[in-house]
Design a protein around this ligand. Sequence first.
Ligand code: EPU
Length: 337
Amino acid sequence: MQILSNKDLSTFNTLGLRSQAALYTELHNIIDVHGLIGDSSIKKETWRILGGGSNLVLPSTVQGLVIRVANTGRELIHEDQDAWFVKAQAGEIWNDFVHWTLDQGFWGLENLSLIPGTVGAAPIQNIGAYGVEVKDTLHEVTCIDLQSGELKTLSNKECRFSYRDSFFKQEGAGRYLIWDVTFRLPKKNKLNLEYGDIRKEIERQGLDQNPRNISKVVCEIRLSKLPDPKVIGNAGSFFKNPIVPASLRDDLVKTYPSLVSFPASEGKVKLAAGWLIDQAGWKGKKLGPVGMFEKQALVLVNHGGANADDVWKTAAQVSADVKARFGVELEPEPIRW
Ligand code: EPU
């Protein structure tokens, strides 16, 4: 395990923000982990864990040690008559892993195709798309307690998943490093075609309803709406879809009949933040180098040369405009370092 100084992180965050880590290291195997835990020269309070950098807003300088989790590997560890159990190491690229499961003839993750980031980052914010979330098939997570160095296994329940949230984003933040993730992929899993345009696209293209074709159309839909971070810096949806009392939705819909909402828990609804931002006039609009994407207003984009201050300035203005117009608070989805 090697520790580097002044490491450039601009290619390690999909927003493409200029950023430098005071100290930087990569973990490829468990020996690296033990080397790091045993190293008392760097204060543990300053450690920061980096996955694919696709849900992060990095400051110009990250003080302390940035640790990139880079272990790879994936395997079928168990199979019974009901399910396949597959384990992937945290540093695996999420989309490669999804395609590997499909190549093996397993299904359950196809709706989550093309989400950027790593396997280890997926449980942190319970990634989700097209009616499916990681929590639906996650069996358990192996993590490393950064204080004691002990390995700990957390069950699905212990991860305390909710919409774009988990134990790892709350009480466990900064304490646990996710090392591998095991999924239970049921053999009788129902295909999920009901969200967005999936069914429409499958039918329009005359495709069979199977996991591979769902993955194919999910990739096509994502590519048509979401900017490629290699071309234009972004972190996917920048705000969560706000969950509000159904009574607020009922009031708003009187003034805005086209308001988009989805059922949430008892007495609550989830509003489409993209719709709110779009209606507030922010679709395709910029403030300095940072704006909201022209094809999907929920995606904040770096038009070039932005830093974290530029990002938060635009995000604050978007939130203020949405709040002034609809009385709804938007909460950012990416993690702020
Ligand atoms: N909408 C607009 N204008 C816009 C964008 C959206 O009117 O500029 C409307 C759409 O017409 C639609 C509704 O808002 O009626 C919802 O839009 P969409 O289906 O594109 O999904 P979303 O709610 O904006 C969520 C996830 C995405 C995920 C998609 C598909 C969150 C915060 N975002 O977006 O996840 O890919 O659904 O399932 O929940 C991510 O988290 O980074 C991400 C991309």
